[in-house]
Design a protein around this ligand. Structure first.
Ligand code: NAD
Ligand code: IPM
Ligand code: MN
Length: 336
């Protein structure tokens, strides 16, 4: 039976970069059915819900979810926001481990971001006096499972893990640090250090080359992964894999719907194409094709840079160059 890939284009540049990803999926020698589903702001407009029931059901039954981006100024005052659909999808699929690789030149790091806890999902509300609050909560079990992912990943790489927190201020961070130290006992071959999030943000900018794997909670990981993207070529290149324990993963660019360039036809599809590579590796059991896709994406952006990468190429031109490079690479493999 063929694998189902649930594609959620979303809003803004989401559908623009998704079109290139779908062209790739149709070209690759994989046995997969691709279905496009309503999601985000466009689904609010159509159905009043950013995550319609049929979309969630299809995602649950899929081998993997490929996601563009959601949100935009059009829905900034909407009572139900597009972003709420994304958070609910992550929670429903329990994809707690968000891997955000950042590579360029000497830099080769991965941020392992906890994705279904913390401030994003804690109790929130409005008090009678007008105070509005969000709360950050973590259960030790939630910390343990993400920290373990961090150690496991580091063990397959340069065996260096930095755990990022704010243990000088926050109780959740002190819990985090305690759990990290406990789990560390099981990974004597991985070199562990703790870093405070503020100085780690600086380290990401000044010496990203010394970082291998960084594990951190949801909100810190959100912010730090945009910083990591900025020092390795920009948001147009940053991909991610959101994984749980066995169910379908979500593969999505780190960037958003980029309202400032949506509709110009100049969005960089590299982050989306690299997300396809992560999907091939983590969900479809095809690390061989993942390498080809990642390399072809580098070729395409090198020969046809979009404006964010210092050139003038359109999304479609990058996609065309990508397919040409992929065809060549597939032919070379076939000849071997
Ligand atoms: P953004 O990531 O959309 O854009 C930030 C900057 O990076 C913009 O200048 C944009 O033009 C540029 N950029 C981003 N992706 C690019 C690409 N592929 N090619 C070229 N340039 C690119 O962040 P924002 O503007 O703060 O947020 C816009 C909307 O996106 C908000 O509604 C936000 O909630 C949403 N958002 C969604 C996701 C997601 O769906 N995963 C992620 C982040 C932000
Ligand atoms: C991301 C985005 C999302 C997040 C938003 C859109 C909910 O910024 O995937 O990085 O904060 O997780
Ligand atoms: Mn973000």
């Amino acid at each position: 039976m063929s694998d189902l890939i649930a594609c959620l284009p979303g809003d803004g540049i989401g559908p623009e970069v998704m079109d290139e990803a779908v062209r790739v999926l149709e070209r690759l020698p994989i046995d997969a059915d691709v279905v496009r589903l309503p999601f985000g702001g466009s689904a609010i407009d159509e159905a009043g819900d950013p995550l319609p029931a049929e979309t969630l059901e299809a995602c649950r039954g899929a081998r993997a979810v490929l996601l563009g981006a959601v949100g935009g100024p059009r829905w900034d005052r909407s009572p139900v926001r597009p972003e709420a659909g994304l958070l609910r999808l992550r929670k429903e699929l329990d994809v707690y481990a968000n891997l955000r690789p950042a590579t360029q030149g000497e830099v080769d790091l991965v941020i392992v971001r906890e994705l279904v806890g913390g401030l994003y999902f804690g109790a929130r509300g409005l008090r009678a006096d007008g105070t509005v609050f969000d709360t950050c909560e973590y259960h030790p079990v939630q910390v343990e499972r993400i920290v373990r992912r961090g150690f496991e990943l580091a063990a397959t790489r340069r065996r260096s893990l930095v755990s990022v927190d704010k243990a000088n201020v926050l109780d959740t961070s002190r819990l985090w640090r305690r759990v990290v130290d406990e789990v560390a006992q099981e990974y004597p071959n991985v070199e562990l250090r703790h870093a405070l999030v503020d100085s780690f943000a600086m380290e990401l900018v000044t010496s990203p080359g010394r970082i291998d794997v960084a594990v951190t909670e949801n909100m810190f990981g959100d912010i730090l992964s945009d910083v990591a993207a900025a020092v390795t070529g920009g948001l147009g290149l940053a991909a991610s894999a959101s994984l749980g324990d066995g169910g379908p993963g979500i593969f999505e660019p780190v960037h958003g719907s980029a309202p400032d360039i949506a509709g110009t036809g100049h969005a960089n599809p590299t982050a989306m194409l690299r997300s396809v590579a992560l999907m091939l590796e983590h969900a479809l059991g095809r690390p061989d094709l993942a390498v080809l896709v990642a390399s072809a994406a580098d070729d395409a952006l090198g020969s046809h840079p979009t404006p964010d990468a210092g050139g003038r190429a359109t999304t479609r031109e990058v996609g065309d160059a990508f397919l040409a490079s992929l065809d060549e690479r597939l032919a070379q493999v076939a000849l071997r």
